[in-house]
Every structure is written in C-alpha cells, then in structure tokens.
Design a protein around this ligand. Structure first.
Ligand code: C2E
Ligand code: MG
Ligand code: MG
Ligand code: MG
Length: 279
C-alpha cells in the first residue's frame, strides 16, 4: 500500500504530466498485483447466427475488478499490459480460464470460443506452442477456438504470421478484429492467413445513429467470398432494426449489446439459447 500511494505524492507531482506518469506507474503496479493474485476474470459475449438466431460462439473478454477503480476498461489496461510486459501472462491466463469455463459450463454445446490476441503476444515465437499446450491440457480441439487479431498485427512481422500459420494448421481459425478501423485495406484480406472478419461498427455505420450501410456489407461479403473467408461477423449491433437490416443483407453473424452483453461464464455459457428476437 505504501509504495502505491506515498504520502504527499500528489503535492510533490503537481504538474499534469507528472500526475499522468504517476497514474501510469500506479496502474502498472496494481495490474501486476492483480495478475499475480489471479484477480482478473473473463466475461463472454455471444456471437449469433442471423439466420435463425442460434448462438454459435462466445468472445472471451478480460475483466479487471479493482477495489478502488471499479471495473477497469480493457481499453485502458490491455495497452498498459502491452507496454509493461504483462500481456503475455494475461493473454495466457484468459485463454486457460476461457477453456476451463467452456468445459465447465458449456461443455456439451457445440459453440466456438474466440480469444483476443495482442500483436505483442504474436511476436513471441513460443506463442503458438503455448496455445496448443493449453488446448491439449484442457482437452479442446482446434476447431473450437478462434483467435482475434487486429489487421496491423497481421501485417506486423513474418514471425507473427508464422505463429498464425502454425495455429491454423491445428485447426484454429484466425479472425481480423475491428476490421475497418486502422489501416484496413480490402486487398490485404486476400494476402493474409485469415479465416474470418469482424466488421467494426465504425465501418458499418457512417453516421450515428444510423443503419448498416448496404454498400459496405455487400463489398465485404463479395471480398470475403473471393478470398475464401467464411466467418463474417458484424460487431457492435445495438438495435433490433440493425439486426434485421444485417440479416436482410445476408450478413451471417453478429455480435452486440442488442444480442447479448458480455457476462460471467456461469450466466453466459450455461444456456446457449437464442436471444429474444433476431428476425
Ligand atoms: P474487441 O475485441 O473489439 O471487443 C469488443 C468490445 O466492444 C468489447 O469491449 C465489448 O464489450 C464491446 N461491445 C460489444 N458489443 C457492443 C455494442 O453493441 N456496442 C458497443 N458500443 N460496444 C460493444 P471491452 O470488453 O471493453 O474490450 C475492449 C477491447 O479490449 C477489445 O475490443 C479488445 O481489443 C481488448 N481486449 C479485451 N479482452 C482482451 C484480452 O483478453 N486480450 C487482448 N489482447 N485484448 C483484449
Ligand atoms: Mg475482439
Ligand atoms: Mg472488435
Ligand atoms: Mg477493439
């Protein structure tokens, strides 16, 4: 406790820049403690087939409940973990927890599990081996796992692509996350070792609040078909009207608050029933 909040620290570091640096250090220290004490947890958000509304998979999302901060957003602690070297440990813990949760709560259901992977993890040439060992330990086959990576990660290095190729050889599918945000170029989809695309809300909607842009949906579907990519998932679907529009445009899968919010395993994985209304 003493090292985290030294007496007088706030008055000593009075400039905004120092405060920020100090907040970073304190977040890093608290995150490390949380990881070491195994206090991070995993929530699961369903992926839904728009043709009928069946839940086909779940995305595992890391959660950090901190006594003082409350639930810290992954958008804050994942980048911190990528900076301070904790990401590989966190990523492996999330994966192992997700595999255990799936076996415990959703063992008999034929749903896939999708896990986010950082570019930093992929750049480690033991990564694929770690994943395959965890799968073997938990008795999970490659076909049941998806890995979500950003497009910039896919383009990052030959080493990271080699990891993905090794995972795909074991039947694990690779999805491009947040497609349409960063440097997405539609052409790169053809050249990358991928099996699916998660279309970002930003690409689907040019205005807020708006409906999914039919031109975007058609373009991505055409491109995916040409590249042999089968898993196409619309992200961030927040209304019934969006769901109906996407379904009418032939979007195969979707994810979003309207279809199911991220929830703990005991609630999310136990009864993979269709959500209230898809069509
Ligand atoms: P992501 O992988 O793109 O995950 C989707 C994020 O959008 C999640 O935020 C989810 O809660 C949120 N979301 C889902 N449906 C909706 C919706 O309808 N509307 C809106 N506005 N948001 C929606 P979350 O859980 O806060 O995670 C944020 C990001 O943190 C993730 O984005 C992912 O990039 C990263 N992340 C989370 N867990 C992990 C992890 O275990 N490892 C790594 N490397 N990254 C993670
Ligand atoms: Mg994701
Ligand atoms: Mg995403
Ligand atoms: Mg994201």
């Amino acid at each position: 406790e003493a090292s985290r909040r030294a007496p007088g620290a706030v008055t000593v570091c009075s400039s905004p820049m120092m405060a920020t640096a100090q907040q970073r250090v304190s977040l890093d220290i608290d995150l490390r403690r949380a990881v070491e004490a195994d206090r991070l947890t995993v929530h699961y958000q369903p992926v839904v087939a728009l043709d009928g509304g069946r839940i086909v998979g779940y995305e595992a999302l890391a959660r950090w409940p901190d006594q003082e901060r409350g639930w810290v957003s992954p958008d804050a602690f994942i980048p911190a973990a990528e900076r301070n070297g904790l990401i590989s440990d966190i990523g492996l813990r999330v994966l192992r927890q997700a595999l255990r949760d799936k076996r415990r709560y959703g063992g008999s259901f034929d749903t896939w599990l999708s896990v986010n992977v950082s570019v930093v993890q992929l750049d480690d040439d033991t990564f694929a081996d770690q994943v395959l060992r965890a799968m073997a330990d938990e008795g999970m086959s490659g076909e049941q796992l998806r890995i979500e990576v950003t497009e910039s990660a896919l383009l990052a290095s030959a080493r990271s692509r080699a990891q993905l190729i090794e995972l795909r050889r074991a039947g694990i599918r690779v999805l491009v996350d947040d497609f349409g945000t960063g440097f997405s170029s539609l052409a790169s989809v053809r050249r990358l070792p991928i099996d699916g695309i998660k279309i970002s809300r930003e690409l689907l909607h040019d205005e807020e609040p708006g409906l999914p842009d039919p031109t975007v949906v058609r373009a991505v579907r055409l491109l995916a078909a040409g590249a042999g990519v089968t898993d196409i998932i619309a992200e961030g679907v927040e209304s019934a009207l969006e769901v109906r529009t996407l379904a009418a445009l032939g979007m195969p899968y979707a994810q979003g608050f309207h279809l199911g919010r991220p929830a703990p395993a005991s609630r999310a994985l136990r009864w993979p029933l269709a959500p209230a209304s898809v069509n």
